[in-house]
Design a protein around this ligand. Structure first.
Ligand code: FMN
Length: 146
């Protein structure tokens, strides 16, 4: 069973809800999903997964500290071992959304392979947002199985 890791940070729960929708989509598509907050996820989580979804809220047009903490801590311990690992990004914002660039830029530093367009949600995911997030989960599950 392909393994999908979802790492996110969330203050008021919107990004957490997005992460849970992605998890549902990935599970429905046949993946084994591990979902963790950035502050507790470990290098081994990244090394052991077949694909990773990275999510944050927008914080002053940058990713939130919890996801940045994860990416900072795991960079050296995983360097050279995660090249071409499939990834996708998601963001909850308050009307801006520029923070997605900071996630995509760091993903390039890790040499991850982008397998789906990033999903941006304003505030709490509802309606079509949830469909888009579940579809993202399905895409990353598919990429994890290849
Ligand atoms: C400190 C801080 C800075 C923020 N800066 C931005 C911003 O620059 N652009 C934007 O669109 N939203 C910004 N927001 C709004 C959040 O990204 C938005 O409310 C998001 O849905 C919160 O997600 P969460 O519930 O997962 O914490 C900011 C929120 C906080 C707390």
């Amino acid at each position: 069973m392909p393994k999908v890791l979802i790492v996110y940070c969330s203050i008021t729960g919107n990004t957490k809800a997005a992460a849970e929708a992605i998890a549902e989509g990935a599970q429905t598509a046949g993946a084994q999903v591990t979902i963790k907050e950035g502050t507790v996820a470990q290098p081994s989580d990244l090394l052991e997964c077949d694909a990773v979804a990275l999510g944050s809220y927008d914080a002053f047009s940058l990713m939130g500290g919890g996801l940045k903490d994860f990416l900072d801590r795991v960079y050296y311990p995983t360097q050279g071992q995660v090249t071409d690992k499939p990834y996708a990004a998601f963001l909850s914002h308050g009307g801006g959304g520029k923070a997605i660039k900071s996630i995509e830029s760091i993903a390039q530093s890790f040499k991850f392979k982008k397998v789906a367009e990033s999903v941006l949600v304003k505030g709490k995911p509802e309606g079509q947002d949830l469909n888009d997030l579940k579809a993202l989960g399905a895409k990353i599950a598919e990429a994890a199985g290849k």
